[in-house]
Design a binder for this molecule. Structure first.
Ligand SMILES: O=C(O)CCC(=O)C(=O)O
Length: 298
C-alpha cells in the first residue's frame, strides 16, 4: 500500500492517480445525472440517494487508506484539519471522525474529482462545484458511537451564502443495524438550529426544537445503502445515526462542497492550519479547489 504519502496532496488540484473516472465528457456524464424525479425528491425532502460512486476496487483502496490513517504516527498526520480517534469521549462508544483525508491519501484526494460525484453535485448546487472539506465517519464493530441529530450548516456559518451540499458515501453496506444515516424529511425548510453536539446524546437537539419540529422526529427515514453508493443532503436537513450493533465496522467518506462563489465571512482560519480568507472573499486557493464547472446544467 503506497498511497498514503507525506507530501501534502492539497497542492495538487486534479487527480494524481488513475483510480477514478474524472475526465468525463458531457455525454458520459449523462449516466450519473439525477433524474427530474430525484431532483424533485431532494427539493421536497432535503436528501436524495445518488448514483453508485465507487466500484469494488475503489472501495478496497479507500478502506486500505483509511486503515493506515487510523494508525498513530501515520505519514501525513500533520495535515489533518481535525482528528478524533473517538469523538464521543466515551471509550465504550467509539466514533472515529477526521477532516482532511484528501491531503493524505491518493484515493481520498482523487475521489473529489470523480465524475459520478461531481455530476449530481453540480445539479443539486445549481452551478460549479467547489471543495469545502471532507470527513471520515467510522463506527467500529459492536460499540460504534452515535452521530447526534444535527444540521451541517450550524457548523459552517463562517461561510456564506448557504449554498452547501453533503455527499455521504459508504465504504460498507449501511444498514439500520450498523448505524446508517437517518434523515428528518422536510427539515431543510426549518430555521437554522444551534449546535447541540455531534457525539454523545442523540436527543440533545430536542431542547432547541419547537413541539411541531420534535413531532417530525417520530418518523425519521433510514437510508440503507450498498457499499459504494451515496446519499446527498441539504445543509439544513437534520440527520443523525445510531450505534453499530453488528460484528463489522461501518465506515464512510463524506464530501462537503459549495457552489462556486461562496465566501468567507470570518477573519479566522476557516479550517485548522489553513490561511485566513478575508471576509467577503470567495473560497479558493490551495485548500478549496474548483472540482467541476459544467458547461450546462440539465
Ligand atoms: O456517518 C454518519 O453517521 C453521520 C454523517 C454526517 O453527519 C454527515 O454526513 O454530515
Amino acid at each position: 500500500m503506497h498511497s498514503a504519502l507525506s507530501r501534502d496532496l492539497s497542492l495538487c488540484h486534479g487527480p494524481v492517480s488513475q483510480l477514478f473516472c474524472c475526465d468525463a465528457t458531457d455525454e458520459e456524464r449523462q449516466s450519473w445525472k439525477l433524474t427530474p424525479q430525484k431532483l424533485a425528491f431532494f427539493e421536497e425532502n432535503g436528501f436524495v440517494t445518488g448514483p453508485r460512486i465507487l466500484n469494488q476496487v475503489q472501495i478496497d483502496h479507500l478502506r486500505a487508506e483509511l486503515a493506515l490513517m487510523t494508525h498513530p504516527g501515520h505519514p501525513g498526520e500533520e495535515f489533518w484539519y481535525e482528528y478524533h480517534s473517538n469523538e464521543s469521549k466515551d471509550p465504550g462508544t467509539v466514533l472515529f471522525h477526521a477532516l482532511g483525508a484528501w491531503r493524505i491519501g491518493m484515493g481520498m484526494h482523487d475521489i473529489l474529482w470523480s465524475a459520478p460525484f461531481t455530476t449530481p453535485a453540480s445539479q443539486l448546487l445549481g452551478g460549479p462545484v467547489r471543495f469545502w472539506h471532507d470527513q471520515l465517519f467510522c463506527k467500529p464493530a459492536k460499540h460504534g458511537g452515535i452521530v447526534a441529530w444535527h444540521q451541517d450548516y450550524s457548523y459552517w456559518t463562517r461561510t456564506q451564502p448557504m449554498a452547501h451540499l453533503t455527499c455521504w458515501i459508504g465504504l460498507d453496506d449501511a444498514t439500520v443495524d450498523n448505524g446508517c444515516v437517518y434523515y428528518v424529511p422536510g427539515s431543510h425548510r426549518w430555521n437554522l438550529l444551534p449546535i447541540t453536539g455531534l457525539a454523545g446524546d442523540m436527543n440533545a437537539i430536542q431542547k432547541v426544537l419547537t413541539p411541531e419540529q420534535w413531532e417530525a422526529f417520530q418518523k425519521p427515514v433510514p437510508v440503507q445503502l450498498k457499499a459504494g453508493e451515496c446519499v446527498f443532503h441539504h445543509p439544513l436537513t437534520v440527520h443523525g445515526s445510531f450505534e453499530n450493533r453488528t460484528d463489522n465496522p461501518r465506515r464512510a467518506v463524506v464530501l462537503n462542497v459549495v457552489r462556486d462563489g461562496v465566501c468567507s465571512v470570518s477573519d479566522q482560519p476557516l479550517l485548522d492550519g489553513v490561511p485566513v480568507i478575508p471576509p467577503g472573499t470567495p473560497l479558493g486557493g490551495q485548500f478549496f479547489p474548483l472540482l467541476y464547472s459544467p458547461n450546462s446544467i440539465g
